[in-house]
Design a protein around this ligand. Structure first.
Ligand SMILES: [Zn+2]
Length: 430
């Protein structure tokens, strides 16, 4: 008798509308889903449960969700990945990007841009990574990954010129120890006519089980040839950041006389070298990007090089960088790809940057709005644009972490007092 009663209860609970209503945590309705990895480019609904993508389908019943997001007329894309940021902010005087005043805690600017993953680009080295981890990585809602600087101290200003603190063995050792977080090795800012720093960074990347190297090629007089960099020193899968920079002491990818992308750049791309924007303060010039765009040479990944300086200058944020490439004729689908599945592939974390069923629910909902927008670079060159990206809502690990216009319903999930279920304690932002 007791057994029958129990079975009846189980059966009833399975059929109960109350249970049905809790089938999904979130359903995103009627958005235009762009998921380049899975070749999805259509109006679809997305359901999320237990922090994972549960279903992508034409018509998911919104009644089954605890929270419904109306995304009609908006683009629903994987949470954006910015693979060049500086997040090791701290209080050390004159330490710049390494525990100094030029780095920024990520959560303050990521979610409002649809960014759910950042990769700190070498702010820390093997000597300082654990401080960065404790201080920032472990305390951020944004997923923070890192390129480890070949310089043991990291980006500490003039210190970065010291060859004696570029130890490939120790760098590889720390990278292997934190292999879930450290996704590559970084070389930056080196000024000298010398291949040693590049070769040591590559040596560390190879020793750390073949993780990629991201090169900020610094400068030298005369400049070191980038053809030799791409074809002889770097390995397939390595990343050339600041790819549209134009400096006197660094060879550019677009020939200044012919305004054409140099033929060996195409050869390098074919060989597997990734070309990353790493916009920064002065590392993006229209004089390079526009001729490249004209012949259809677009970046493999769009990234900000966000730090205290660049965010208040021409760069501003991830969405502004994306808007600039849209304005230069890069197809919208490719812009999204350059901030999702492409960077995921570059950092060898292909579980990120897509909306595959079963993957972590990191989602960005974006609008492309019409208006009159001025997109300038640090030289003062300005491109007029009639469209720009706006972030409407961001979901990180299945939780709504940013909602610009209150398109989630309910906007705030009430937090129930478990001791007295009749009363609502407070309303908590999802
Ligand atoms: Zn940088």
């Amino acid at each position: 008798m007791q057994k029958t009663y129990f079975l009846l209860l189980v059966l009833l609970s399975l059929l109960s509308p109350a249970v049905m209503a809790q089938s999904y945590d979130i359903v995103i309705k009627d958005g235009h889903v762009i998921d380049p990895k899975n070749d999805i480019d259509a109006v679809m609904d997305i359901a999320i449960i237990n922090n994972k993508i549960a279903l992508i389908s034409k018509n998911i019943d919104a009644k089954q969700a605890a929270d419904v997001i109306e995304a009609k007329g908006m683009y629903v894309v994987p949470g954006l990945i910015d693979i060049h940021t500086h997040n090791f902010g701290g209080t050390q005087p004159d330490h710049q990007y390494e525990n100094g005043n030029l780095g920024l805690a990520p959560d303050g600017f990521t979610f409002r841009n649809g960014v759910t993953t950042v990769v700190d680009a070498g702010s820390s080295g093997w000597r300082t990574f654990s401080t960065f981890k404790t201080q920032t990585i472990d305390n951020s809602r944004t997923r923070v990954l890192a390129f480890l600087n070949i310089v043991g101290e990291g980006m500490r200003g003039d210190y970065e010129q010291d060859l004696n603190d570029m130890d490939p063995r120790m760098t590889a050792l720390v990278a292997r120890r934190y292999k879930d977080i450290i996704v590559g090795i970084k070389l930056a800012h080196y000024e000298g006519h010398d291949w040693t720093p590049t070769d040591r960074a590559v040596e560390a990347g190879t020793a750390a089980k073949g993780i990629p190297v991201m090169i900020d090629f610094g400068g030298s007089t005369p400049p070191l040839p980038i053809e030799e960099l791409f074809l002889k020193h770097l390995r397939p899968g390595d990343i050339f950041t600041h790819c549209f920079g134009q400096f006197n002491d660094r060879e550019p990818i677009v020939d200044l006389a012919t305004k054409k992308v140099k033929p060996f750049v195409y050869e390098a791309r074919k060989r597997g070298i990734a070309f990353d924007v790493g916009y920064g303060n002065i590392s993006f010039a229209y004089s390079q990007a526009l001729p490249a765009a004209k012949e259809g040479f677009f970046p493999s990944s769009i990234s900000t090089d966000l730090h205290v300086g660049s965010m208040n200058d021409a760069m501003k944020d991830m969405l502004t960088c994306m808007t600039k490439f849209l304005a230069m004729g890069m197809p919208l689908h490719d812009v999204i790809q350059a901030c999702t599945s492409n960077p995921a592939k570059e950092i060898k974390h292909e579980e990120l940057g897509n909306l595959s069923v079963g993957s972590g629910a990191d989602v960005a909902i974006l609008s492309v709005v019409d208006g009159k927008f001025g997109l300038f670079d640090y030289t003062g060159y300005k491109v007029e644009a009639s469209k720009k990206f706006v972030c409407e809502l961001t979901i990180r690990a299945g939780k709504i972490v940013y909602d610009l216009n209150g398109i989630a319903s309910p906007i705030y999930q009430p937090k129930i007092n478990t001791k007295n279920p009749q009363t609502v304690l407070i309303t908590e932002n999802h």
